[in-house]
Write a protein that binds this ligand. Structure first.
Ligand code: GCV
Length: 648
């Protein structure tokens, strides 16, 4: 029987069979808000998992057996867990103890009896970006409406706390709650209209070690300040921002700062005034600096009014062309937020060259767990293996440690949550939310470890359930890629909506997203003899990508223009590869359905049926992708499928 209008997702705490004496008592010393949160969380978890509420004691004196929560001011977000003489000590800074508590809960749920570990976060900033609008809709939202906004009001209710718990439990420490496209009422979030509610949210978040961030409208001085300009070098504008930020931070002292989308897809920015992005970002950075605030400035800037006939302009070059020359000019409380790839969250893209080009600027990696281009939470697509590849990518930017993970100061993911009962539309999409948090806190974890933890927490530890779900999750991203656009070319989806196939949907449009397929060849030459995009990479990447024989095959059409008869390393022609992968993708989804059906008696019926329905929808969509893409290429090339399968 559902008692809430939301599930507890992976915090649902099933009973455990193993008894540990320390679960009978929790001893803690101190009264900081986060320590009390830790006690509450651990106590509730023990009660649910063992059936018995533990005694909780605020004392310096520790009696065995017990869990002892020990706050150490200096340890920040790091924690240690140690079991000695019947006392299990969880020690860390205020957030560290909380993370340690969730780690202990995880260990119990996963049956991991190694109670000694020490962890510190891999990335300092681990945040979500919500693209929630003030009317309650969510841009690229696939799991219902916003639980932060409705009818231009800010919502604070039991879901706010439940959300904060979910985030803290997997290590996320920040959330920007409104859409980066800041318009209308959202521009007024930094006015007296909204301070009270935002302060409440910031307080709830703070109990869980999460910073509240807002997205900002660069033109606010004009739109709500009555100024005639938002020119970053105008004194009246910097004064306006300084006064505004003094007001905002006195009203919401726990605020972390702001995310800004400027000069992108119609949003205002410094280009309007012939100023640079360093001018724009530094203006805001100076205004928030006295309050310890940061400015997260997005690098997603490109010409969205391109002429498709223009083969010289390459959208993939845009972020690097705009930002690489500005390295060294940003204030130190500015973070440049860079999308993982040079275009826009396609199922396969190379890693953005900008990570290798910024030596001085602080950067954040922007990922998207909202599955805008990866099946919109109607298809299962576990993205953590992809994120691991991105983090491990070597940028060759002359630092000793030079992977993306090494050169960034944090990670932001576009959130996949909404007010659906299960938070993420598809029950299995919750693995992306959980996985994103876990990976950003501990990048050493494997995708499979994370999938295993999530499955144990969500569905318990039945072997069959574990095996089948992990198999589905681990195969799901490659499977989605198989029936999508081939070999890194991207953009064969329905324009605007981005669900389902439309091979030429974006081909003659203004968005700079072309595959240039004709009856002989497909792909974009991005080598020095083409758009020159490969030259934005440091060596040896430039050479590797420019040479067909060393270019990773999964990215071949992103970097090169090739005839359909080109033979891939395994001996297949390009066209046959396209046919084969698309047919295979459909068969793989059929296999997912069989694997899931085997769990019928082992999973709570409503949850079981919810996933069944999504998988059936995925199969229908995968067939459509297969038929439309394969028919498109068959009609273009008139090269038959070697296996004689049906093409239309
Ligand atoms: C929030 C893509 C999406 C837009 C999104 C934009 C961005 O273009 O389709 O919905 O806008 O990225 O990241 O700003």
């Amino acid at each position: 029987m559902k008692t809430e209008n939301f599930s507890q997702a992976w915090l649902c705490y099933g009973k455990i069979d193993r008894h540990e004496d320390f679960t009978d008592r929790i001893v803690y010393s101190g009264k900081s808000v986060r320590l009390l949160t830790s006690v509450r969380e651990l106590s509730a978890a023990f009660k649910a998992m063992t059936g018995k509420a533990p005694e909780t004691v605020n004392s310096e004196k520790v009696n065995t057996p017990c869990v002892f929560l020990k706050e150490e001011a200096e340890s920040g977000e790091a924690y240690t867990i140690k079991l000695k003489g019947g006392i299990l000590t969880v020690a860390g800074g205020p957030s560290g103890v909380l993370y340690g508590v969730f780690a202990l809960i995880r260990k119990l749920a996963c049956g991991d009896t190694d109670y000694n570990e020490a962890k510190q976060p891999s990335q300092p900033i681990r945040m979500l970006n919500h693209w929630d609008n003030m009317d309650g809709s969510i841009e690229r939202g696939y799991s219902g409406n916003s639980f932060f906004f409705r009818n231009d009001e800010v919502l604070v209710d039991e879901r706010t706390r439940a959300y904060a718990r979910l985030l803290a439990s997997c290590g996320i420490n920040g959330a920007a709650i409104n859409n980066v496209n800041v318009k209308g009422a959202a521009t007024r979030l930094i006015t007296t209209d909204y301070y009270d509610r935002l302060r409440e949210i910031a307080g709830i978040f703070d109990d869980y070690g999460i910073k509240l961030y807002l997205s900002l409208n660069f033109a606010a001085p004009v739109e709500i300040g009555g100024l005639e300009t938002a020119d970053p070098l105008e004194e009246s504008v910097s004064r306006w921002w300084a006064e505004k930020m003094a007001e905002v931070f006195s009203e919401i002292p726990l605020l972390g700062g702001f995310v800004v989308k400027a000069d992108s897809e119609g949003r205002p920015g410094p280009f309007t005034y012939n100023r640079t992005h360093a001018d724009g970002a530094n203006l805001l950075a100076a205004a928030v600096r006295p309050y310890g605030g940061i400015i997260i400035w997005r690098c997603f800037i490109y010409d969205c009014r391109q002429d498709w006939r223009d083969t010289k302009t390459d959208r993939a070059r845009a972020a690097c062309d705009s930002f690489a020359p500005l390295d060294g000019l940003f204030n130190d409380n500015v973070y440049l937020q860079i999308k993982n790839g040079p275009v826009d969250f396609q199922v396969r893209e190379p890693v953005s060259p900008l990570f290798g080009r910024l030596i001085k600027a602080k950067c954040l990696l922007e990922l998207q767990i909202a599955q805008e281009y990866t099946g919109q939470q109607r298809h299962v697509c576990y993205l953590i293996p992809w994120f691991k590849e991105i983090l491990g990518f070597k940028t060759y930017n002359r630092r000793d440690k030079d992977t993306v993970a090494d050169v960034i100061g944090g990670i932001a993911a576009v959130s996949n949550t909404g007010d659906d009962y299960n938070w993420t539309g598809h029950d299995l999409a919750a693995a992306n939310l959980y996985g994103f948090g876990r990976l950003s806190y501990d990048s050493t974890l494997s995708s499979e470890d994370i999938a295993r933890e999530w499955t144990a927490l969500t569905y318990g530890r039945n072997e069959k359930v574990t095996d089948n779900i992990i198999t589905i999750l681990m195969k799901s991203w490659p499977v989605y890629e198989k029936y999508n656009a081939p070999l890194g070319i991207g953009w064969m989806c329905t324009p605007g909506y981005h669900y389902g196939p439309s091979p030429d949907g974006y081909e003659y449009d203004r968005w700079g997203t072309y595959h240039r397929a004709d009856h002989v060849s497909i792909g974009v030459d991005r080598t020095p003899s083409g758009t020159g995009y490969t030259e934005q990479y440091n060596q040896p990447l430039n050479l590797i990508y420019s040479d067909i024989s060393t270019c990773p095959e999964e990215l071949l059409l992103f970097f090169h223009r090739l005839p359909y008869t080109y033979r891939l390393s395994g001996g297949k022609t390009l066209i046959q590869h396209i046919y084969d992968t698309h047919f295979e993708g459909v068969e793989d989804v059929e296999e997912f359905i069989s694997l899931w059906r085997e769990l019928r008696e082992l999973i709570e019926p409503e949850a079981y049926l919810r996933v069944c329905a999504r998988l059936e929808g995925q199969l229908e969509s995968a067939r459509e992708w297969c038929d439309v893409i394969n028919s498109y290429f068959w009609r273009k090339t008139l090269i038959p499928d070697e296996k004689g399968r049906m093409l239309y």
